[in-house]
Ligand binder design. Sequence first.
Ligand code: YH5
Length: 353
Amino acid sequence: MRTLLRPTGFVDSPFSHDGKVARLAGGLNWFAQAELIHGDGRRELVAVEGIEARFDEAMASDWTRLTSARAPLTMGARTIRLDQPQVMGIINVTPDSFSDGGAFADARAAAEAGAAMAQAGAAIIDVGGESTRPGAAAVWEGDEIERVLPVVQQLAAGGAAVSIDTRKSGVMSAAIAAGAGLVNDVSALSWDPHSAAAVSAAGVPVVLMHHQGDPATMQDAPHYGDVLVEVFGWLEERIAAAEAAGIPRARILVDPGIGFGKTVAHNLELFNGLALFHGLGCGLVVGASRKRMIGALSGEAPADQRLAGSLALALKALDQGAQIVRVHDVPETVQAIKVWRGLRDQALTPRLV
Ligand code: YH5
């Protein structure tokens, strides 16, 4: 295994630190150190200044990806910039959805909720019709299309940037034809053998999310040697498979898949080391909203009482340079991001002396 570069030692501003700091993925964060994660597990902290002296070919390529700007996403008529954080609002159109109790079982109500999210500042509305919760019943492709299509149609017609959360190529193609401009696949195009070709042919961007095991059993006994290293390697392979199918890296987003075959400790380690994944050279999506890790850390708060924990994790993701946070509570998350942005902008405003 090769040596990975994990950005750390974040600084408020690059001013008067020429050569000592690097910009993370063309975004709003700068860092002064990187942790070298060696193949044998050794970890070594090195300063950004002079770090090139340590590079082999693979590290030099990772460094370029880590520090280069991300191209904006083109979603139909809409352009989503990735040099600043964006919110993806979650709309579940499942009878047994995770945390809204199926409140959006009706298509019109779901589309109205999505439009309200867009109004509140969500850049993307993620529409899903299949529950990946352990024990959830499988959904036939035709039924899933029937559920999500009217919602996608109505939201897209209203001008929203719509993402389709599915593992099925038939749902992807139908949703894209109805106006969806992004595919969000929790299987990273591995569940349906026709998905990669469908995404490639449509020319839309795609989110490749990491998972370990099947949704039904993934939480039984998740195991990793080093979770950061293994999730990185897995995503690297899925990116290679997507590229081989004709999807350019500029249209690929990656996601560590919080809660998908991970213990609470794994999820926390992924958050603390999140900036590592910028070395993949793709926009980074993180979804932790209302998830079980928040319950586990808060005396088992029920799913509808996890807003504060969700905001804490969204801000952690932003501090690690994540470009997109996938959330249920859009107005609250948008407010938290605006305050975070105020802090960043102050630090990045040159002082007049
Ligand atoms: C994700 O992380 N997650 S579906 C359990 C909950 C709350 C919410 C109450 N799709 C992701 O949202 N797509 C899902 O406990 C996703 N990233 C991306 N890209 C699970 C979910 C949830 C699960």
